[in-house]
Design a protein around this ligand. Structure first.
Ligand code: CTP
Length: 440
């Protein structure tokens, strides 16, 4: 068991806690109704002889002026008792886990507030499940992953809005550095290897020297391979959904994290190009085609397209990415179609016509750039298809609705793709000539 007063190595000196008045910043950052709830919680905490603190990511994000409404509250005292009073007085829904000393309240707006009793975890021997014991806020914050996540803002009535910095979290935010709090951090929780690169990538922070050394050591010791696979799934999924996913992937590569997770992983120029293009394709498909891209499956494919399908499946199953399997399978089933690319857009359209958008996202990142540009061009034209000509136009031209309609509309669209028909006027002209129809 670590004694944080002695063992904290990040400064090699005792750190004096810093207290800052964050009342106004808190009020600026959070919506008024949330502030009112925090105040109510603070009043009950005071009345019960407890102290309550806003902690974790939300405090970091208040300092960094980033949006976040994940409200985590730590109670010095008894979180469940506090929640029972708070929820009952306000008639809010709540539930709790006695065993974990945690509780959650759902506000009428749907916003959820998580509560936990301040705790420390005692490992009776290495690898043992930790025993959870009540503790001080400082001890609670000490067991966390990185200094930037150890800030707290007190919300107890008599001290509402005081930011408390026990472990130089403020300094590390200012210096843009990710630091663990003690030497055993990655060993106690190897998932932190992934979290370190996720935060570093997300914020553009570097990893502190000692932290980096210990991270490399943890990777060398294959610790990630013993981490619970469900938690690895969660972290990877978060990472690939981050705006800065590519930066995070580069860091995962630099620290050989990917080599550890993915069999025969290679990071070559081609993969770097695919990953960069994928980042742009995701934006293109989401903005132009309103398609919500499965980023996780796409990034996984970008990392594993070189592997035989059964090896990728083993990885996907081991880490519970079974949803991603479909994308891999579809990609491999259509890949061969692109060995020889036809010159005419209409023919290329016939090749991609039935391919799911998520697969196209990847294909457009993977195939030579001039081909993916043509695919994007075709998809944009497809979006405009309705503006060109519709079944209604055909009816107005005097045609009787029949399965032929689809064929005619397809024919027009294919000619449009090849530039033989340039606009609606030309489309109508073509129809009139071909089918000897009357003027509208
Ligand atoms: N935490 C930890 N070790 C982990 C996971 C979480 O110490 N392996 C701590 C972190 O200090 C974190 C808090 O638990 O601040 C809450 O976890 P989570 O919600 O995952 O982190 P956030 O910092 O809120 O991350 P995000 O901004 O991505 O929501």
């Amino acid at each position: 068991v670590f004694d944080f007063e002695k063992d904290i190595f990040i400064t090699r000196e005792r750190i004096k806690p810093k207290y800052l008045n964050y009342r106004e910043k808190l009020q600026q950052h959070l919506p008024d109704d949330v502030i009112q709830e925090l105040k109510k919680i603070g009043v009950i905490a005071k009345r019960s002889g407890f102290r309550a603190y806003l902690v974790g990511g939300i405090v970091r994000d208040i300092v960094m002026k980033r949006k976040n409404l994940d409200i985590d509250i730590i109670v010095e005292g008894d979180a469940i008792e506090l929640v029972k009073k708070y929820a009952k007085e306000n008639n809010y829904r709540y539930y709790y886990f006695e065993e974990f000393m945690t509780a959650q309240v759902t506000l009428p707006s749907g916003l959820k507030i998580d509560f936990a009793t301040a705790r420390k975890e005692i490992y009776e021997y290495p690898g043992a499940y930790p025993k959870v014991r009540k503790a001080s806020i400082k001890e609670d914050l000490y067991r966390r992953d990185f200094t930037i996540n150890t800030l707290a803002i007190e919300i107890t009535e008599d001290n509402f809005g005081t930011l408390i910095d026990f472990f130089n979290g403020l300094r590390d935010i200012k210096d843009k550095v990710i630091r663990i709090l003690h030497q055993l951090s990655f060993i106690e929780d190897p998932v932190r290897i992934l979290r370190a690169v996720r935060f570093a990538g997300r914020f553009g922070f570097k990893i502190g020297k000692m932290t980096e050394r210990l991270l490399k050591l943890a990777v060398d010791e294959n610790l990630l391979l013993v981490a619970p696979t469900g938690r690895v799934n969660t972290e990877l999924s978060y990472s690939f959904n981050e705006e800065k996913a590519t930066e995070i992937i580069y860091l995962m590569n630099r620290y050989k994290i990917l080599h550890q997770l993915i069999p025969e992983f290679v990071f070559d120029d081609k993969r770097e190009e695919v990953i960069n293009r994928l980042r742009d394709m995701i934006v293109t498909f989401e903005i132009f085609f309103g398609h919500k891209v499965d980023r996780v499956a796409n990034y996984l494919l970008a990392l594993m397209y070189h592997l035989p399908l059964d090896i990728s499946y083993q990885f996907l199953e081991r880490y519970h990415f079974s949803n991603g399997k479909q994308l891999f399978k579809l990609f491999f089933s259509v890949k061969g179609r692109f060995r020889k690319i036809p010159e005419k857009n209409s023919e290329l359209y016939m090749i991609i016509k039935n391919i799911k958008k998520d697969v196209l996202v990847f294909l457009c990142s993977y195939l030579p750039a001039e081909i993916s540009e043509r695919i994007i061009y075709i998809l944009k034209k497809e979006e405009e298809r309705k503006l060109l000509i519709t079944g209604n136009d055909l009816k107005e031209l005097g045609l009787k609705p029949s399965p032929l309609f689809k064929e005619i509309l397809d024919e027009i669209f294919l000619k449009y793709l090849d530039g033989e028909i340039k606009n609606r006027r030309e489309a109508l002209e073509y129809l009139k000539n071909k089918y000897k129809l009357n003027e509208i």
